[in-house]
Design a protein around this ligand. Structure first.
Ligand code: DGJ
Length: 336
């Protein structure tokens, strides 16, 4: 038993060292610094997702601006800022970011509208539908107390927008909170969301135009209370990184592996290695970007929330590797 334990430990250390040594990875590293766009303004794109289209990266995120307040009467730290809509930035090299403007604007003074500033508009993710030639944005739409729990969808002819908001839904009548979208290499796309009051995640196949959920969905990570999903594919396997549910406070990430987006999914451990690995380096996952032209190399994108001053929340972008089917996010200090 003891020998087996030490063999597994030695193997993991070897795999980790291989991962750290993988000099091929040239990803930008951000560990909580403020990041400026090419106009010199700070990038305001939280809960972000990235679309890579025609050799350009498009970064979409929540605009967080204004004074943070605590929603009264909640049993958890429900800190909010007015919903600010969705921003878009573009880049050729993932380093220089040009502000493309507001991709999806919030609306003012229409409390029953999904995009009203009094609502929650979070975690936008955009994919391209090559059949309809439309860019499709999915996002989490909610009320201040997170009881609405819907997935919103918007569409545009241009990657940077502006996007036209269509509607929000509860896929198959099920709650949908933290979410992401994954486009497979066969052209099928999936909505992945925290459902059942955050207890269980669902993966739902989207319609061919990507504008609606289908009735084909699976319950995954049942009873595990996971959120902040980021899905990716590597060498025929699918990976899903998630966080636990602790509001704006960081916790340990874990990942799961499957042979198909609909599962079954098998939980693995925490992919983070190094100081603060048990808080995902003080951050929460939002997206995993495959690094173009690199094998087994990804950028792990996360938010370092500042719950009492949400507009001052920061980002964490760290290189991530998959080595022999295992995911590693080694700590990398930007300043060293
Ligand atoms: C954690 C989620 O991941 C965030 O997107 C946000 O909804 C906060 N909870 C709110 O507390």
């Amino acid at each position: 038993m003891k020998t087996l334990f030490f063999s597994i430990l030695a193997l993991n250390l070897f795999l980790y060292k291989t991962a750290v040594d993988a000099q091929a990875v040239q990803a930008p590293v951000i560990t909580g610094e403020k990041v400026k766009d090419t106009d010199g303004n700070f990038i305001n794109a939280h809960g972000a997702g990235v679309l890579y289209h025609n050799k350009t990266y498009y970064l979409f995120g929540e605009i967080k601006k204004g004074k943070t307040w605590l929603v009264p009467g909640q049993s958890w730290e429900d800190y909010r800022v007015p919903a600010g809509g969705i921003s878009c930035y573009s880049s050729k090299d993932f380093k220089q970011w040009k502000y493309e403007g507001v991709a999806l604007a919030a609306v003012k003074g229409q409390p029953s509208h999904d995009l009203d500033t009094s609502k929650v508009i979070e975690r936008p993710k955009v994919i391209y539908n090559s059949a309809t030639k439309k860019f499709v944005m999915w996002m989490h739409i909610d009320a201040n107390d997170y009881s609405y729990s819907q997935a919103g969808v918007a569409v545009s002819n241009n990657p940077a927008g502006p996007y036209t908001y269509l509607k929000s839904v509860r896929p198959n009548g099920q709650m949908s909170r933290d979410m992401t979208v994954f486009k497979n290499d066969d052209g099928k796309a999936y909505l992945i969301y925290s459902s059942e009051d955050n207890n269980t995640m669902h993966v739902c196949l989207l319609s061919e135009d990507y504008l609606a959920p289908t009735t084909k969905y699976e319950r995954i990570l049942v009873g595990r209370r996971r959120e902040a999903p980021g899905m990716f594919k590597n060498e025929g396997k699918y990976y899903l990184i998630t966080s636990g549910c602790t509001g704006w406070s960081p916790n340990a990430a874990t990942y799961a592996v499957a042979n198909s987006p609909l599962g079954p999914w098998k939980e693995q451990g925490n992919p983070c290695v190094g100081p603060d690995a048990n808080t995902t380096f003080q951050s929460q996952s939002t997206f995993v970007l495959p690094l173009e032209g690199k094998k087994n190399a990804f950028l792990f994108m996360a938010d370092r929330w500042n719950k009492q001053n949400l507009e001052d929340s920061r980002y964490s972008w760290l290189p991530m590797q998959v080595v022999n089917g295992k995911v590693f996010i080694p700590w990398k200090n930007n300043k060293s």
